[in-house]
Ligand binder design. Sequence first.
Ligand SMILES: [Zn+2]
Length: 379
Amino acid sequence: MQFKDIVGQKEVKQKLIKSVKESRIAHAQLLAGKEGTGKLALAIAYAQYISCQNRSEDDSCGECPSCHKFQKLIHPDLHFVFPVNETKKEGDDETSRRGSDAHMQQWRETILENPYVTESQWYAAIGIENKQGIINTGESSEVIKKISLKSFESEYKTMIIWLPERLNISAANRLLKLIEEPPGKTVFIMVSEQPNRIISTILSRTQIIKVPPISREEIAVALVDRYSIDPNKAHDDSRVANGNFNKAMALALLEETSPYFELFVELMRASFSNNILALLEWTSKVSRLGREKQKELISYSLAIIRESFMLNLGLEDIVYITGDEKKFSQNFSPFINSNNILQVYNTFNLATEHISRNGNSQIIFTDMTMKLVKLINKL
Ligand SMILES: [Zn+2]
């Protein structure tokens, strides 16, 4: 991982690079910031920069033997600790490998695929979606063991602890001394989303570097570069992502509009223009969809109506749609206002209720569309 691979964060990068140039590498550092800001990627790029045999002013070389190993996350002087959830099995003792080491291959694959991975994505990757990962005492023993070894190839050994807020108390206490006074040429880099949950004795021994949300402009540029998406969509996605690049990537890869978008637009246009023929056609088309799809269509419609109402109120910052959906909602927003919003909601909700009770779709949707015509035209 090189600094150039990481979106934005110019100031943090400069701070880290400066510490290497000035030979002031603190032995315990904490990168603290919200999800999707690139903290883990920065920690790895920093370790790679420290170890690079041919580093430049602003990045590692990417080509020396050390960089090659770092880019596969297999450098023998790069160590990781991260939360997992393994219950002990019978016959296990303190030395049994049930912690990070048991998941190292999965970890490397996950991080190489997406260095912005979230805690819950990581748990999903190791199949413990519904559990809370921890870093336990056995893991601390492993850390102590690894740190007491001499470095293999580099001048420095780096121990990256991802989410130290997941250290249990005894594991944290066990690491205290080591973090306070590590053997020479050892760097602990902790990467945290909730530094307030790290025990204070550890926190007070680290140098804290705050990693801010990424700017909208930097996210938008990165989305266009990486996914060649339309700059307007990238702009909208970056606003919704709110500084979180993991979220921005997910939005960029999302299908632009829902399969129900066209149906919703047809309904609203016909209602607005009071086009009874078009409304009847719409009703008979929707009546042929299955009940589940009918319910999905309604819940989709309610979501777009909610967004249109927010736009009507001028609350663009809490609008979560982009592209065509947003464009439509913007034009449509004058017709969804405080005079009719509740009744429009009730009309759709009533239809869902009747569908769930196996009512006749043709009747339910005819009734719904006739009410909508009145409501939409009631300004
Ligand atoms: Zn290098």
